[in-house]
Design a protein around this ligand. Structure first.
Ligand code: MTE
Length: 343
């Protein structure tokens, strides 16, 4: 197993990870070579090959049968971002992490590998400590939820960030429908496991699939916790987590599971995917905190990605700027530079 990559992309030193500018310039370079669509077209198991240089490719992955009622949803002005511009939607849909579609050549280029994935229909199962176990058709669920748009900061543990307008509904509304009993202290999220549609499940067979995450109940019920069904006024592109994903703007991005198919209400803190793989680097809470460096890089600042060729380094804010909403949930959060803490 020594040759196997057990660590996520961010295992690579920060200065060795692809910057968005380098990434888009490389794409431009490949384009000038005229290679797009020939040597570099990416095959999908459905036989639908797409060139990674197709400029519309990342936005063409919105499933045709995704429910569109209620789009574009009206924006909820209580959740906006004043100090940063909105990230270009092409950036948000072409620079991704979704290891079920992993491309070992370039971890961030996810969308060309989603051709065989059909997120609709999909069923969500509700299990564990609930009044009644149930199953919900995701499209029906989306149609019955009042959709709203929220502009949130999005911070990856790899020290890059975006500002994204999500469409969806509060996670608390979904949890109320699930009717957890008082025994439930945590909720566990499990992502889709479709080997025929998700090439990464086989090509990165060493990961403990399916992807799993978890929250304490008070975190899950916080008003910021959101279930995204869309972004930029349209249903989610496949690579962004269609048919629905969890968005937790005060936590590092990996806490928000994509393509969630199971909510399990449990009595103790559940295991989580990256914590299971690298417990000394990825904790359960994983709140954004500039005072708690990653084992191998600082979290004091981040590369803010706005357009395909623009990024700037900006200071990271505690709880990603959401201290007012969530600070009270974590009274012992370090607020001065600390070393060696994984929470
Ligand atoms: N969910 C699943 N099921 N699989 C994944 O690989 N990656 C996580 C998170 N959710 C991931 C996932 C990570 S590391 C990040 S940073 C965000 O999704 C990336 O979301 P984005 O691609 O929409 O920016």
């Amino acid at each position: 197993m020594a040759h196997v990559i057990l660590r996520p992309g961010w295992h690579i030193k920060e200065n060795a990870t692809t910057s968005l500018a380098a990434y888009s310039n490389r794409r431009a370079f490949i384009k000038t070579l005229g290679l797009g669509g020939i040597g570099l077209s990416v095959g999908c198991s459905s036989g639908q090959a797409r060139s990674i240089n197709d400029p519309d490719g990342p936005l063409d992955t919105i499933p045709d049968n995704a429910p569109r009622d209620g789009y574009p949803a009206s924006s909820n002005e209580a959740y906006t971002v004043k100090e940063r511009v909105v990230t270009d939607r092409l950036v948000a849909s072409s620079y991704n992490n979704f290891y079920e579609f992993i491309n070992l050549g370039d971890l961030k280029v996810v969308w060309p590998h989603t051709g065989a994935y059909n997120p609709f229909p999909m069923t969500i199962q509700v299990t564990g400590h609930v009044e009644k176990k149930m199953r919900m058709d995701v499209a029906d669920l989306i149609r019955t939820m009042p959709l709203e748009e929220r502009l949130y900061r999005f911070r990856c543990v790899e020290a890059w960030s975006m500002t994204v307008p999500w469409t969806g509904f509060p996670l608390a509304e979904l949890i109320k429908r699930c009717k957890p009993t008082s025994k439930a202290t945590h909720v566990r999220f499990v992502s889709a496991n479709r080997p025929d549609e998700m090439p990464g499940l086989a090509s990165a067979h060493w990961y403990p699939w399916p992807y799993f995450e978890g929250l304490r109940m008070d975190e899950a019920m916080n008003e910021l916790a959101f279930v995204a069904t869309g972004m930029y006024g349209e249903p989610l592109p496949k690579q962004n987590g269609s048919p629905l994903r969890i968005v937790l703007p005060w936590k590092y991005g990996y806490k928000g599971a994509k393509a969630v198919v199971r909510l399990e209400f449990v009595r103790r803190q559940p295991k989580t995917f990256w914590n299971e793989l690298q417990p000394n680097e990825y904790g359960f809470l994983s709140n954004v905190n500039p005072f708690v460096p990653h084992l191998r890089w600082s979290q004091a600042s981040e590369r803010f990605l706005s357009t395909l060729n623009t990024e700037e380094r900006i200071p990271t804010q505690i709880f990603n700027g959401y201290d007012e909403w969530v600070g009270a949930l974590y009274p012992d959060t370090p607020r001065t530079l600390t070393k060696g803490i994984v929470r």
